[in-house]
Design a binder for this molecule. Structure first.
Ligand code: ADP
Ligand code: MG
Length: 636
């Protein structure tokens, strides 16, 4: 509890202690002969003590012309009650309203803190070695390429590569993965992970601001500002709702008594015209208390906020509550293959029909690929294993969805798929292997092919099953790879549809087609690894990027980022969003239902202010507790 909340709590307690005996006296339960003005004066003390800030805010609101808010409703209602001699009720309403406010600010503060604690990845300092001593510096003073030292128990402040030492890292805050990750020299490490066992020396590869931890924090902090439709609806709703309620209350205070006075109907029940007015004004005040929209107004943003927090705790970063809403309506999921469903670590299986030695071909291939960030390029370089001499390579041209052409040792070497060979007019040979073919041409002459194979991710099959269980009717795989490979993967995993041999632009067209075909309100998600998928990620109703840790393009283009590459998280993200929206709907329905019922009772004169305020605070507390459930996500 913070200072402000503590102060409010103290005010509430003192006011309650004063209030209870006063109430008993005024109701005649404790017989003490106190004159009416005395009771009034005594009641004023707890009233002002507990409510002065509300009264002040209401007054300020009136002065600033923004009068129709909860403070105004409460002020009018309680002042009205007191003016009518219902001191006890007036004070009780203010008191309970403040109890509700306190609870709400406590709950909101708690869940916010919870989320930032979960996301506790902000590094505070970096250690640099200077003249044999460790010096603590601000992480943003560290230049890329410097060597930092991270002791066991410390957070890694900046992304980099290990140069010395072995250790295991806790990456849970980044990926939701609870198993520690072992690192050794040459391993890439991400800021925000916690070093568990050994001292590490790390050569930084980025500035602090460009490091993973900073980027994720930016994302999370900005997420709250991208409002969902329901949240926007609520702020609009509140703008019109309160004035309407006030008008209705005014009508309730004026019209029925005027009607009675004019027609003479029902007058018999009242000793005087004044008593008649008093009764209806009190009903109008009760009406105002009931219609205070606090529960709805507070619980909706809180639900979304908790949903975003719960998701990021699982390694699913959602960039705004609007995306939670879209996710919950996803009925079609479209996948990229390489790096999304498969690991993207191609192993070289064989080299066929090469006039040069296989090792030589691999060497050329590794040099041709020296600047590509495609998973194929990385795998070829790994298979080659040797040093790459960049000075041997010139004129590199990467043709997206085709392959790469470059000059190595002065020879023009092309490396890529059938399409690349067709494009260059090189006759190429089919292979009996099922696998991804990399054909090579040296100076326009066909020079064999490298057969590479990729592995499925462990969770891909389960991911498809979970998606089906989460109500996703259609899964489609789009790939630039060969038909035979695509078919095998799709059949293995039970993906409902696949298209192969696509260029990145074709993927955009197909996604547009699929969006056109889908039913109204049903949304389409595209899941990609971010390398050459950025246009599709942008075009889909919702773009989900895999393995985005480190890939900038994906973090920017995607709406949802799966931190640990795990396709199972797609279903999880959808489930989280559904739960969150269900809770939002429950809260709206429940709050409005109770309010309507109370309004009806009040209009009929059956509910007094006690019932009204207890219903209001009660609904709010239940709605807030319900909203907080969004934070807790079941493990799949
Ligand atoms: P996916 O849709 O599976 O992610 P891409 O669109 O990235 O595939 O690439 C499609 C195909 O284009 C690859 O299967 C490969 O045959 C060829 N290709 C793309 N980039 C390269 C590269 N750097 N080197 C060799 N071949 C490549
Ligand atoms: Mg790809």
């Amino acid at each position: 509890m913070n200072k402000k909340q503590k102060k409010l709590l103290v005010r509430i307690i003192i006011a309650a202690v004063l209030f209870v005996p006063l109430y008993l006296i005024s109701e005649g339960i404790i017989a003490l002969p106190v004159p009416k003005w005395g009771v009034f004066a005594f009641f004023l003390v707890p009233y002002l003590l507990v409510g002065y800030d509300i009264l002040r805010k209401a007054a300020l609101g009136i002065v600033r012309g923004k009068m129709f808010d909860e403070n105004f409703l409460m002020t009018v209602a309680t002042v009205g009650a007191i003016a009518l001699g219902e001191y006890g009720e007036g004070v009780a309403v203010m008191l309970l309203y403040q109890v509700g406010e306190l609870f709400q600010s406590y709950a909101v503060g708690r869940s916010r803190r919870n989320i930032t604690e979960l996301m506790d990845i902000r590094p505070d300092y970096a250690n640099i070695e200077r003249d044999g001593e460790l010096v603590r510096v601000e992480p943003d003073e560290v230049e890329p390429g410097s060597v930092i030292v991270v002791q066991p128990g410390e957070k890694i402040p900046i992304d980099g590569v290990v140069t010395e030492g072995t250790s295991s890292l806790n990456t849970a805050a980044l990926t939701g993965e609870s198993l520690p990750r072992d690192v050794e020299p040459e391993s890439r490490v991400l800021s925000g992970s916690i070093n568990l066992t050994g001292v590490l020396k790390i050569r930084t590869t980025a500035e602090f601001d460009e490091s993973t931890a900073s980027k994720i924090l930016d994302l999370v902090e900005n997420a709250a500002s991208r409002k969902s439709k329901s949240e926007n609806f609520i702020s609009k709703f509140a703008r019109y709702y309160t004035p309407i309620v006030c008008a209705a209350a005014l009508a309730l205070a004026v019209l029925p008594p005027v009607f009675c006075l004019v027609t003479g109907l029902g007058m018999a029940a009242y000793p005087s015209a004044l008593a008649l007015w008093g009764d209806w004004v009190l009903r109008a005040c009760t009406f105002l208390v009931i219609s205070c929209p606090c529960a709805v107004v507070i619980s909706i943003p809180l639900s979304f906020f908790a949903g975003l927090g719960g998701a990021s705790n699982q390694g699913v970063l959602i960039k705004g509550s609007n995306y939670l809403e879209t996710l919950s309506a996803v009925r079609t999921v479209v996948f990229d293959k390489t790096g999304t469903i498969t690991k993207g670590n191609f192993a070289v299986e064989t080299v066929h029909r090469s006039p040069v030695e296989p090792e030589k071909l691999l060497e050329y291939a590794a040099h041709v690929e020296c600047h590509s960030s495609h998973p194929i390029a990385k795998s070829i370089q790994e298979a080659y294993g040797g040093e790459i001499d960049l000075s041997r390579v010139t004129d590199i041209e990467e043709i997206s969805g085709h392959g790469v052409v470059a000059r190595v040792d002065g020879m023009k070497i092309a490396l890529g798929n059938d399409k690349l060979m067709d494009r260059l007019g090189v006759a190429h040979e089919e292979c009996f292997h099922v696998g991804t073919m990399l054909h090579a041409a040296i100076d326009g002459v066909y020079s064999g092919h490298i057969v590479i194979a990729d592995e499925l991710k462990e969770n891909s099959r389960r991911a498809m099953a979970e998606l089906r269980r989460a109500g996703v009717a259609k899964t489609v795989m789009l790939t630039g790879d060969a038909e035979s490979v695509a078919k095998k993967v799709a059949e293995d995993l039970g993906i409902s549809d696949y298209r192969a041999e696509l260029l990145p632009a074709d993927k955009v067209n197909i996604v547009e087609e699929l969006i056109g075909e889908s039913k109204k309100g049903a949304k389409l998600a595209f899941v990609g690894d971010g390398i050459n998928d950025a246009p599709v990620l942008g075009r889909a109703d919702i773009g989900i990027a895999m393995g985005a840790l480190g890939s900038d393009a994906a973090i920017e283009a995607a709406d949802v980022v799966l931190m640990d590459d795990d396709p199972l998280k797609i279903a999880k993200a959808i489930k989280i969003s559904r739960k969150c929206l269900r809770i939002v709907r429950e809260n709206i329905g429940f709050a409005l239902g109770v309010k309507l019922l109370c309004l009806l009772l009040a209009a009929l004169g059956l509910a007094n202010m006690w019932i009204a305020i207890i219903a209001d605070v009660g609904v709010m507390i239940l709605a807030v507790l319900n909203a907080i459930r969004c934070l807790f996500v079941k493990k799949l």
